[in-house]
Design a protein around this ligand. Sequence first.
Ligand code: 5AD
Ligand code: SF4
Length: 439
Amino acid sequence: MTDAVKKLHIKTYGCQMNVYDSERMAEAMGAKGYALTDDPAEADMVLLNTCHIREKAAEKVYSDLGRLRPLKDAKPDLKIGVAGCVAQAEGEEIMRRMPLVDLVVGSQAYHHLPKMVEAVERGERPVDIEFPVEDKFEHLPERPMAARPTAFLTVQEGCDKFCAFCVVPYTRGAEVSRPVERILGEAQKLVAKGVKEITLLGQNVNGYHGAGPEGVWGLGRLVRALAEIPGLERIRYTTSHPNDMTDDLIAAHGEEPKLMPYLHLPVQSGSDRILKLMNRKHTAEAYLRLVERIRAARPDILLSSDFISGFPGETEQDHRDTLALIAAVGYGSAFSFKYSPRPGTPAADRSGVDAETADRRLQELQALISRQQHATQEAMVGREVSVLFEKPGRLPGQWIGKSDYLHSVFVAAEGPRQGDLVRVRITSSAQNSLAGELL
Ligand code: 5AD
Ligand code: SF4
């Protein structure tokens, strides 16, 4: 490299898949001489890796781009790129509305990014929002040294479920699973670099059906094969659809100690009528039976979910059905969102619930979920859990890690302990974390 190191600032919005994608783009740009910076003011290139799931997330991109204007005025060479699902969905519009944007790269074209930056250097404004036949991950450079104990690994992308509210099938495309050997190879390399916990990612991760030795593998088989990698201590996966929880995957929760006892299993609503309008293809009752089977396999598992309040047509009774489902399941944590109409989705044209009602229902969902979260955390006090130390806490001699159940746990521990997997007794519970002592 002849020129001095250039600086790249990436802002990541939305989901964990974007976090993984941002890392892979950073690596691709690293090969072009760009080093990461946290400070957009000192960057030679700013890349926004965007999320289109709800209107607020998508609109944020335009206001953030507006805020980059003074930086670009002060430094005309500054390159500004938009990646991710807003890029995928509104690429041409971004270029029209935002003249300061130099390039738009959709979520399946990240391996083209270095070439696109060269095009910008030639004075072009490239837009690439195709779904190429080749797999971007196989054309991105290998992941360099990751000095940390946890990592994401995307195993599947896209979604064929077409829930009536959701843009993912349009922005991320059809379901594609990466081949087994590639995933095992990437996992082995991560472990060789010190990673002890891998979270397998996919928009519909439990729909994984990758080409493997002896035919197509499901997620359960993939998890069991990953669990055989020495040094890999913990496996998680997210996000799952209830209809794709196979017997084998459920059994793996009971049989494979490395598979952590926490499962994000979105149900969206507790009303059969709304589930039907959402095109979810399962009932509340089927979900509750599924939860029973999962708990029969792994009784201590903590469950989490996503809920949408104010979906078009939702009545007070539908809302009460959702509250009843939450009460029946008892979640460790859960996310709830106010319905946001997304252009191009089937529900977008249906008339929605008025904002005030949707807000009130959202608050009721959140209040119940937060009581359950509190109760679940309180129930951990006095119990022994394993904690993987990720980073030092704010107080001296304090480390923060995650328990098997994905709780953040603060522990007094001296010295450099990153990556240590320790036994801890939980001593107290706070708002969104636990405290514990080393055993
Ligand atoms: N409005 C509100 N919430 C949505 N989600 C997806 N699409 C929408 C939408 N249009 C939520 C779902 C999903 C989570 C990732 O985001 O609950 O599980
Ligand atoms: Fe969107 Fe998830 Fe439904 Fe797929 S399963 S359409 S990603 S909400």
